[in-house]
Design a protein around this ligand. Structure first.
Ligand code: ADE
Length: 233
């Protein structure tokens, strides 16, 4: 999977790529991820990328010219490199479609994705109307920029690419993959400060362990996220 990220702060995107599962996916050649500095596509001599919003109000808006330039250069490069058109050009924004596991699963099948990270008050609407094919929010709260949202989306989809996780840690057993939350987990020691691991996990009866886990997942989901169970009976 190829992912290009357009951003005013490439360091915010590159940092998290250097750790854990995403780093391993890159090392194995299963994901290629590039952050592109919007400032390199500014047209004026001061390399300005933002401006005041028309109509007043606080905050700055990312200007259309550098974004159009950058997106057009990346689209041309993708064609030239043989990757063809982008499967999706995603803008991360709090007014986008709310991210969930179903969307991550679908996006993980893509081969060629561009993500645009907004900052400040967001990006000029004309960029959205011309080039963005999908708008995604990571939750009903506002963070300072789309970069962290992009890295969350990258992590959530890259871990689903076959071969990124081992069978033992398969993404299919994650919370949400079958609409349920995960069960409690324990490791050694079996007793710690007087707290004992549930006996069933120590007895080695795998049918019983599976039944216990299913029950715990249901109980947790009922307690914490009953909304996930609606329509699942
Ligand atoms: N940028 C700022 N807040 C965001 C959110 N909740 N989701 C995606 N991008 C954002």
């Amino acid at each position: 999977m190829w992912i290009d990220v357009v951003t005013a702060f490439p360091g915010l995107v590159e940092g998290p790529l250097q750790y854990s599962i995403v780093r391993q996916a890159i090392k194995k050649g299963l994901a290629t991820i590039h952050a592109h500095n919007l400032r390199d596509y500014a047209t004026d001599k001061h390399r300005v990328i933002d401006g005041y919003p028309f109509g007043g109000g606080g905050g700055m808006v990312l200007k259309p010219e550098p974004l159009f330039n950058c997106i057009e250069v990346l689209k041309q490069k993708s064609e030239r490199d043989g990757r063809g058109t982008y499967d999706a050009i995603i803008y991360l924004t709090p007014d986008g479609e709310l991210l969930n596991q179903r969307i991550c699963n679908a996006l993980s099948l893509h081969k060629n994705i561009m993500m645009v990270a907004g900052h400040y008050k967001g990006i000029d609407q004309r960029v959205r109307e011309t080039y963005i094919t999908r708008e995604i929010s990571i939750g009903d709260y506002v963070i300072s920029g789309g970069e962290q949202a992009a890295t969350i989306l990258i992590d959530a989809i890259v871990r689903l690419i076959p071969g990124v996780l081992s069978n033992a840690t398969s993404a299919l057993s994650d919370s949400f993959q079958d609409g349920l939350l995960d069960m409690p987990v324990y490791t050694r020691p079996a007793e710690f400060r007087g707290m004992r691991v549930p006996e069933v996990l120590l007895e080695g009866n795998h049918a019983k362990i599976d039944a216990w886990r299913d029950e715990e997942r249901l109980r947790r989901t009922r307690e914490r996220r009953p909304d996930l169970l609606k329509g699942q009976d």
